[in-house]
Ligand binder design. Structure first.
Ligand SMILES: NC(=O)c1ccc[n+]([C@@H]2O[C@H](COP(=O)([O-])OP(=O)(O)OC[C@H]3O[C@@H](n4cnc5c(N)ncnc54)[C@H](OP(=O)(O)O)[C@@H]3O)[C@@H](O)[C@H]2O)c1
Length: 333
């Protein structure tokens, strides 16, 4: 029952903000190289601080504004006492395929890559086409999976060379439980992406939840491909950090958002623990949605028969699109 599934998903998330404290990240990341996108503020910034505290050898802060990135880098170095050379700021604009591709080419020259926290994301109420799609879809979905597919060869090479299991994490949201499926019907003329690019048919209030639902589908589809491959395993998962006090809703900075955040939201530090847990999680997390640092069932609109059909159609369209953007990139499947 989609209604009950949505009620369970949303209420468990909001109640957990009041009643559950996420475990403080522990572990050893020494020797590792980790990329965190959108790390100049919010959840990505706080996750970076934990990652540094846990001893990562190299942290790459992938940001679209180098000035903001450098200011954040200084703050991280100061608060963790790590050496200057531990943290690098690299340019990455997820709203530009050229930028994503040039970032990935640069990353190909790294001596090793252990993990990618593909955290950059946006929430907007304004319908704008950027690159080929509505901007939320470009940034949260297409560029995110483009970046991942482009980095898989490097992750696998590192797996073989250093005998590690690399990890990829994309933050998700309990809002995926309330995403509307209307525009995802593969029977829609021209397919899923074309339908999402129809401005008249698009309700932007529901666009962010829809983008996170597509991330759940994409993660499940990528994990299936990775698990079937003869190449070394790369883990991919999608944790829900829960509702957090960040700049995500910056466009709607009205009083009701501030009150809602005050009453219901976690701090970004606490939410980031869920992301750090996921980026260090084992094979049991592969392809999974997680809540409160545990594997959790995603919406039944993902797991039922119709969801399986949408996942297959979406993945097929995504692969075609990624191939058009970067020919050869889907050879990793
Ligand atoms: N906050 C929540 O309640 C919540 C809940 C569930 C999931 N999430 C997810 O957590 C992730 C982080 O969100 P947040 O809450 O920390 O929001 P935030 O404070 O707005 O941070 C978002 C980060 O993404 C970056 N970004 C946005 N568009 C980009 C682009 N085109 N290219 C490169 N970077 C871009 C932002 O850079 P600028 O500073 O330059 O804009 C910023 O660093 C997102 O994926 C979000 O969907 C958040």
């Amino acid at each position: 029952m989609p209604f009950l599934s949505a009620l369970e998903g949303i209420s468990s998330t909001l109640l957990s903000n009041t009643f559950i404290q996420l475990p403080y990240p522990e572990g050893d990341l020494s020797g590792q190289t980790i990329i965190v996108s959108g790390s100049n503020q919010g959840l990505g910034f706080e996750a970076s601080r934990h990652i540094l505290r846990l001893g990562v050898e190299k942290l790459i802060m992938a940001v679209r504004d180098p000035k903001k990135g450098e200011a954040a880098r200084q703050e991280l170095l100061q608060s963790t006492g790590r050496e200057e050379s531990t943290v690098e700021v690299w340019l990455l604009d997820m709203d530009s395929y050229v930028s994503v591709k040039s970032f990935a080419s640069r990353a190909a020259d790294l001596p090793r890559l252990d993990a990618l926290l593909a955290n950059a994301g946006l929430f907007t109420n304004t319908f704008i086409i950027s690159e080929e799609d509505e901007k939320t879809i470009t940034v949260n979905v297409v560029s995110t999976f483009l970046l991942i597919a482009l980095l898989v060869p490097k992750l696998r090479e590192s797996a073989s060379k250093f005998n590690i299991t690399p990890r990829i994490t994309i933050p998700n949201s309990a809002l995926h439980y309330i995403a509307s499926l209307g525009q995802l019907d593969p029977q829609n003329e021209g397919g899923i992406f074309k339908s999402l690019n129809d401005k008249e048919a698009s309700n932007m209030a529901g666009r962010y939840p829809l983008s996170k639902l597509l991330v759940v589908f994409g993660v499940r589809a990528f994990a299936k491909q990775f698990a079937q491959s003869k190449a070394p395993l790369v883990i991919i998962n999608t944790p829900n950090p829960s509702y957090c006090k960040s700049q995500l809703e910056r466009e709607s900075g009205n009083i009701s958002v501030r009150v809602r955040q005050k009453l219901l939201a976690r701090s970004t530090e606490e939410g980031s623990r869920a992301l750090v847990h996921a980026i260090m999680a084992d094979e049991k997390s592969n392809g999974q949605y997680l809540t409160n640092c545990r594997v959790h069932s995603p919406s039944c609109i993902v797991t039922d028969e119709k969801g399986a059909m949408i996942q297959e159609a979406f993945f097929k369209e995504l692969v075609t699109k990624l191939e058009r953007i970067a020919p050869g990139v889907t050879a990793c499947f």
